[in-house]
Design a binder for this molecule. Structure first.
Ligand code: ZN
Length: 358
């Protein structure tokens, strides 16, 4: 996977040292993450805590057995494990614990700000009252910011596979309860057989309430889905957008209108949206002038984290420290932070980079 060419005059050993220097740089780099799912961020440590609260569940309780449980044999197995984790989120305290502990895992990676994709419908349909759900995530958000220095914001997303009923419920919760941390409205789940335009009325409602539009599109379908997301759902950012490179007009449109892509390289391999990392189209996106951000999607489920994804991006794009800092600043620019917060985090990235000594 490592296709970073060895600089002239360096031995392979030097190159390895260079890569581990880059990894160290990435680890300390202040970062923002824009595409990461709530339940999909439950690490084996968090799942063990949740499983201990619900001893009747089939999920193993001890972290070692869980590591094995999290080793996916195929995509169907991944879905099975994902659903068994969803099954552990049974009351508001589970929601609060999961949210706060996800922020703790982010703090360890120097993630300072994250727009977490939350699917309230998965919890409300399981009987957690909407107000209790919202109170739990908001309580975790405030504690995470005060105690861990991680600012969480929410993207409430429609699980597309659950149909229009879930869209109605998600829009209702977003617009009626409108928690302080809510910044955007999204659409996830499978794309094949789930046309984007049917969700237009729900996006219209959310946008009228001041929320930003950030649907997933063009992950497992072609560029036409991304056009639908732009034209019908008024997308301001695109989740994945992997197939955009198949349409030069679309790439030019994304670049011209500064519509960022939330790129998640390892996830694309895990879901087979892209065959191998070497075939990942991230370089074409960057070369077309598109604002690219790096994200982890469902990190423990795909055996990754945001730092690992920055390392992957460094290899695919041939980036040094300055290039990685620029990538981190793309996420700040593409985020829905206010102006002063963006300026603060960008300045922090600059200070860190200027003072970096391997
Ligand atoms: Zn996603």
């Amino acid at each position: 996977m490592n296709d970073r060419p060895a600089p002239v005059g360096r031995t392979l050993g030097d190159q390895e040292a260079l890569l581990s220097d880059l990894d160290a740089f990435i680890a300390g780099l202040p970062k923002a993450e824009l595409h990461v799912h709530h339940v999909g961020s439950a690490s084996p440590r968090i799942v063990a805590e949740l499983a201990a609260r619900h001893p009747d569940s089939k999920v193993p309780h001890d972290p070692e057995a869980l590591m094995d449980y999290f080793t996916f044999r195929d995509f169907a197995h991944f879905i099975q494990v994902y659903l068994s984790v969803v099954d552990l989120i049974r009351d508001a305290e589970d929601v609060r614990l999961l949210t706060y502990e996800v922020a703790r895992d982010m703090a360890r990676q120097n993630i300072r700000y994250a727009e977490l994709t939350v699917t309230p419908y998965s919890s409300t349909r399981r009987g957690i009252p909407d107000a209790a759900f919202v109170e739990a995530i908001e309580d975790a958000r405030k504690s995470a910011e005060a105690e861990l220095g991680v600012a969480l914001r929410w993207c409430f997303d429609i699980p597309g596979e659950a149909g229009l009923e879930s869209a109605e419920e998600t829009a209702r919760i977003a617009c009626e309860l409108k928690p302080e941390g809510l910044v955007s409205f999204g659409l996830g789940g499978p794309e094949i057989g789930v046309p984007r335009p049917q969700f237009k009325p729900y996006f219209d409602r959310a946008i009228a309430e001041g929320l930003h539009s950030v649907p997933h599109a063009g992950e497992t379908t072609g560029p036409e889905t991304i056009w639908d997301a732009l034209n019908e759902l008024r997308a301001e950012r695109i989740g994945h957008g992997t197939s955009s490179v198949r349409d030069p007009k679309l790439l030019a449109h994304l670049a011209e209108h500064r519509i960022p892509l939330e790129v998640c390289p390892t996830s694309n391999i895990a879901t087979r949206a892209v065959r191998t990392l070497d075939e990942h189209p991230i370089k074409e996106m960057v070369e077309a002038g598109v604002l690219v951000t790096i994200n982890s999607d469902d990190p423990p489920m795909f055996g990754t984290d945001l730092n690992t994804e920055y390392g992957v991006a460094a290899r695919l794009l041939g980036l040094d420290e300055a290039g990685l800092a620029a990538l981190a600043k793309n996420a700040v620019e593409a985020s829905f932070m206010d102006g002063p917060a963006k300026a603060r985090l960008a300045a922090e990235i600059d200070t860190y980079t200027a003072s970096w000594r391997p």
